[in-house]
Design a protein around this ligand. Structure first.
Ligand SMILES: *Cc1c(COP(=O)(O)O)cnc(C)c1O
Length: 234
């Protein structure tokens, strides 16, 4: 294994853990309440292997083909795979087979497709509802409007093969992430009032993890801060 890369990733992880610790201290949370998901899109399998040695077990991809290829290369490892990309309907069943957690359920139409595939495999797919946090109706980053979360939640919760696990969001572009994550926290508590087990909040990326932690994130999706800012050309 490449010693230089091991050193880089190890330093990045230390720095990330330091940021998480400080952000938690500021708001009276414990770092153990948070799961770091390494978003390894465009990065090689060798990086994932290094990260597993450093103790990371949760990995995310946003393209199905890339996730499948990495999974088969890493099948000897016991890892949790998160899918964070947009779900095309014609790929929903393959995504349901490959992912342990789907962060981007954003429409009713996906529910029966995901359910069928999960039931065929005899497993359960953890589902997060992706919430659009834009204040104007732009939804450039995907997701359902906060007002539509309840109906989609009822559908997922009542469908076999699917587990309603919580919400996910990406902060709007060119906006202060704090008010957006505050809105997400409101949506999440509303959801939890009806479905107490749907307690995950997947929010926070390399540039806004502090704000996400302040507003209750349970799962951070970290790319650049762990892997570096220049993905390899391919
Ligand atoms: C790429 C990606 C991330 C990670 O973003 P960074 O800014 O590199 O930490 C998180 N969530 C989603 C949905 C992504 O596509």
């Amino acid at each position: 294994m490449n010693e230089i890369r091991i050193g880089e990733l190890s330093d990045n992880l230390s720095e990330l853990n330091r940021r998480i610790e400080i952000a938690c201290q500021l708001v009276g949370r414990a770092p153990t309440e948070l799961t770091v998901i390494a978003v390894t899109k465009t990065w090689p399998v060798s990086d994932i292997e290094i990260l597993t040695q450093l103790g990371i077990r949760d990995f995310a991809e946003n393209r199905l083909e890339e996730m499948e290829a990495k999974q088969s290369a890493l099948s000897a490892h016991d890892l949790t795979w998160h899918f964070v990309g947009q779900v095309q309907s014609n790929k929903a069943s393959r995504i349901a087979r490959a992912a342990d957690v789907l962060h981007s359920v954003d429409r009713e139409k996906l529910v029966p497709l995901l359910s069928k595939a999960s039931l065929e495999l005899g497993r359960e797919l953890k589902c997060l509802i992706q919430v659009a946090l834009e204040t104007e109706h732009r939804a450039e980053r995907g997701g359902v409007a906060p007002s539509e979360v309840a109906a989609l939640a009822d559908s997922i919760a009542s469908t076999p093969g699917l587990v309603l696990q919580g919400v996910m969001a990406v902060a709007p572009l060119n906006e202060d992430p704090a008010p957006a994550f505050s809105r997400l926290k409101g949506v999440a508590s509303h959801l939890r009032a009806k479905y107490p087990d749907a307690c995950w909040i997947s929010a926070g990326m390399s540039d806004d993890l502090e704000a996400a932690i302040a507003y209750g994130a349970t799962h951070l999706r970290i790319g650049g801060a762990l892997l570096g800012n220049r993905p390899p050309v391919r």
